[in-house]
Design a protein around this ligand. Structure first.
Ligand code: ZN
Length: 52
């Protein structure tokens, strides 16, 4: 069985820059939210998923 995946952006919640791309399963119910380093804010911020 083939699992469909789609690419998403991880967007900084402070400056709205799309700093990272990742992918997840198409029918995944959860929302991705990660703490990552933002080079624009120059510190760690919450990053939320955004469709590509
Ligand atoms: Zn930022």
């Amino acid at each position: 069985m083939k699992i469909k995946e789609r690419f998403i952006f991880l967007v900084c919640t402070e400056c709205k820059n799309r700093n990272y791309t990742t992918h997840k399963r198409q029918k995944a119910a959860y929302k991705l939210e990660k703490k990552k380093y933002c080079p624009f804010c120059r510190h760690h911020t919450d990053h939320k998923e955004r469709k590509l």
